[in-house]
Ligand binder design. Structure first.
Ligand code: HQG
Length: 181
């Protein structure tokens, strides 16, 4: 597959595995999985013909490794970023002493006032590196990077999880744990 088609297929997968499975008539398990043959058939009915080998290419070639197969390679799910009600059942994990969040200046006032909220997703997404946070913020304009005092949060009892593709997740970040880089 060429790059354009890989990106197109990845966007369709993100849409149906994170946000709108019903649009192509599939149902996710409570922890976000769908049977691969079911998915490919549903995509085919909805205008995207993808072979199993091409799906492997999309999963492996994905810049952020957004999708993961289960152990038997029979099922697939998105590793993070859902808006539909799934519980990925990720174990609690201990983050590094600080993490980063990339945003844009127009959200700063609200964020520094009320903290980071998950907005349409299940969790606030945090990055392990400044560079990644810049890329995330850069999707919306000139990036502004916030430093998250994860050590302080852990002491205060907040929990963290890390997705299969290395994105740190937490329910919310109160403003006292945030500062501008
Ligand atoms: C902002 C992409 C106002 C927050 C990326 C962000 C990431 C607030 C936006 C992943 C706020 C939510 C997630 C508050 C947060 N007031 N604005 N209290 N709290 N915000 O897309 O972190 O390509 O849901 O700063 O790489 O930007 O999809 O979150 O700007 O990993 O795999 O509200 O999405 O990954 O936006 O991005 P999002 P995000 P994928």
């Amino acid at each position: 597959m060429d790059k354009k088609n890989l990106i197109r297929a990845s966007k369709r997968l993100s849409r149906h595995l994170r946000h709108a499975p019903g649009d192509i008539g599939i149902t996710l398990t409570p922890d976000g999985w769908v049977d691969i043959d079911t998915l490919l058939a549903a995509l085919r009915r909805n205008g995207l013909r993808l072979t199993r080998a091409e799906l492997d290419e999309v999963v492996e070639g994905n810049d952020k490794r957004r999708f993961a197969f289960d152990e038997d390679c029979l099922r697939i799910r998105a590793s993070q970023g859902h808006s539909v009600d799934v519980d990925l059942a990720l174990p609690a994990a201990t983050p590094p002493g600080v993490l980063y969040h990339g945003t844009v200046s127009r959200f700063l006032g609200a964020i520094l006032h009320e903290g980071l909220r998950p907005m349409n997703r299940h969790a606030v997404h945090l990055s392990a590196t400044i560079e990644t946070a810049r890329t995330v913020g850069g999707r919306r304009g000139v990036p502004v990077v916030l430093v998250v005092d994860t050590r302080g949060m852990t002491t205060a009892g907040h929990e963290f999880q890390v997705s299969a593709n290395g994105v740190w997740l937490t329910a919310a970040v109160p403003p006292e744990f945030l500062r501008r880089l």
